[in-house]
Design a protein around this ligand. Structure first.
Ligand SMILES: Cc1cc2nc3c(=O)[nH]c(=O)nc-3n(C[C@H](O)[C@H](O)[C@H](O)COP(=O)(O)OP(=O)(O)OC[C@H]3O[C@@H](n4cnc5c(N)ncnc54)[C@H](O)[C@@H]3O)c2cc1C
Length: 495
């Protein structure tokens, strides 16, 4: 059997690619090395708790009132995603100064709150919103037409070459206001002096205009709904199928799996980074391609501690959906702390606050995430690994308890720790990166989009968090649609 397309990996990008190709009547096979689909977006059980691994909030989805692009695509395929729209609700504490503040509500509430604290901010923030919207529209035009007219989108041209911090300074916002608005940099994986203003603006656009939602089902259910739809359109998926080699023979792509089976296709779509593919799967790739890939920076990795607590979140004193501890509110300073093992930047997520059914009655799930901008796990030998990760988890729990005055330890019923090794083993993301390639300097979304037509390769393409639109469930998913649609359009054009 010769498939039109084989997709390697069933993460968000791979599933989207499969859906789009199957709905266009292509013969598609997804080969997935794990026994479950979803990649980083999955669920695991410990005792009476069912933990969602990474998908805590979903961007660009919205609801009936404010419909995001992701919802539009999933609605088209009648893929049901039970969600609830949530306002921002995060307590942020700067450990060095012991100062804390809460960001709660819709964008409009937050602007009013900032104006009260820092009079004169409102006009500048409104201007920021206007620019964010204009940049979003310009990006859409760029994706559709390949270029943007300066007279129609002047702010796009004004801000396109700026880093986020420079753009925010240009608007005349006070440093304190910038710092308070800047918690999002951790979700993008780059400090504001390395992140392009366009990437910052696009994230803000989704946050402000499309709002965030949380799933009211488990992540795996969400993923399986998509896989069921894919299969109902004729798509095939094989699990426990680890692709170990990809070669080209007589104009066909030949994929070999670990169990010795061979699959053939006219085209292959990889839901893994180019770095991994050219290192492990296509070993004879041209040297200049490898060189280009190696010049990019692999994003931060980290440790995730999943806690099942035997008390309700109200009894524990957890009031917010998210908590963020930072050593320093300024991202460029804070990132330096995050190059060492002993920093205090920890994100805590309490799904129960927004979804009462996240865990059984009178229990709470708390997920603690700690990110590193240096591969601190690199030199740990296998004999020290277990102790290293357990000590790290204890330090994270202690820091959370001490800095927020909330007791956790005595209520722990279940605990699981994921390290960069866990992520790498499960997804093949290099160094267990949380973000694929870092959004940084020249490697920002504009340059990725502009370079895309020149980087299209014969018979292979790349989707997912390491590809065109970078990480995030919505971005990874959309890359799967965009890249496969581009391939399909090229097929039509070339007959
Ligand atoms: C800690 C953390 C928190 C996050 N929180 C959020 C959040 O709240 N909201 C959000 O939108 N995003 C979040 N993200 C990001 C989001 O999860 C990812 O960007 C997205 O899921 C990546 O999808 P992907 O398509 O790149 O595939 P991946 O999830 O990387 O999956 C790749 C798939 O390919 C398979 N595969 C790899 N190699 C092979 C091979 N050789 N043969 C066969 N199969 C193979 C893997 O098994 C895997 O299933 C978070 C990420 C992390 C790490």
């Amino acid at each position: 059997m010769i498939y039109d397309y084989i997709v390697v990996g069933s993460g968000m990008g791979g599933i989207a690619a499969g859906l789009n190709l199957a709905s266009n009547d292509k013969k598609v096979l997804i080969l997935e090395k794990n026994s479950l689909p979803g990649g980083l977006v999955t669920t695991f059980k410990r005792g009476r708790f069912e933990f969602d691994t990474t998908l805590h909030t979903l961007a660009n989805y919205g609801d009936e009132e404010i419909t995001g692009d992701l919802k539009k695509i999933l609605d088209k395929w009648e893929i049901d995603v039970p969600t609830v729209r949530i306002p921002l609700d995060i307590e942020i504490k700067e450990v060095s100064s012991k100062k804390d503040f809460i960001i709660k509500g819709e964008a409009e509430d937050i602007i009013v709150q900032l104006e009260e604290e820092y009079p004169g901010s409102m006009e500048k923030l409104k201007k920021l919103l206007k620019i964010v919207k204009e940049i979003h529209e310009a990006l859409k035009v760029l994706l559709d037409k390949g270029k943007v007219e300066e007279n129609e989108y002047p702010n796009f041209y004004k801000f396109v070459d700026l880093m986020a911090i420079d753009g925010l300074n240009l608007l005349g916002l006070k440093r304190e206001v910038i710092n308070k608005l800047s918690f999002v940099w951790l979700n993008l994986g780059s400090p504001l002096n390395k992140l392009s203003f366009i990437d910052y603006a696009e994230y803000m656009y989704k946050l402000i205009f499309k709002k965030e939602v949380v799933l009211t089902c488990k992540s795996l259910e969400f993923v399986l709904n998509m896989i069921n739809k894919y299969q109902s359109m004729g798509g095939k998926i094989l699990y426990n199928s680890n692709v170990i080699e990809v070669t080209k023979e007589n104009n066909l792509m030949i994929l070999k799996t670990e169990d010795g089976l061979i699959y053939k296709a006219k085209e292959v779509v990889f839901d893994v980074s180019k770095r991994y593919v050219f290192k492990e799967l296509i070993k004879d790739a041209a040297k200049d391609i490898k060189k280009l890939e190696n010049a990019r920076t692999i994003g931060a990795n980290g440790v995730i501690v999943y806690l099942g607590l035997n008390k309700s979140y109200q009894e524990l004193g957890l009031k917010h959906h998210k908590y963020l501890l930072v050593d320093n509110l300024s991202s460029d300073i804070n990132v330096k702390y995050m190059m060492n093992k002993n920093h205090n930047t920890i994100m805590g997520i309490v799904p129960n606050v927004v979804n009462i059914d996240a865990s059984p009655k009178n229990t709470t799930i708390l997920v603690l995430e700690k990110m590193f901008f240096k591969d601190i796990f690199k030199n740990i030998n296998k004999y020290d690994y277990q102790k290293f990760k357990e000590d790290m988890a204890k330090e994270m729990i202690n820091s959370f308890e001490e800095n927020l005055g909330i007791d956790i330890t005595e209520y722990i019923e279940e605990i699981e720790i994921a390290t960069p090794f866990t992520i790498e083993r499960y997804t093949n993301n290099i160094n267990g990166s949380w973000f694929g390639y870092m959004r940084k300097g020249y490697d920002n979304s504009i340059n990725r989009i502009l370079a895309y037509p020149d980087e299209v390769m014969d018979k292979i393409s790349f989707v997912g968090g390491s590809s065109l639109f970078a990480s995030g469930v919505d971005n990874a998913f959309y890359s799967g649609i965009y890249v496969t649609q581009d391939k399909l359009n090229r097929e039509v054009k070339h007959g």
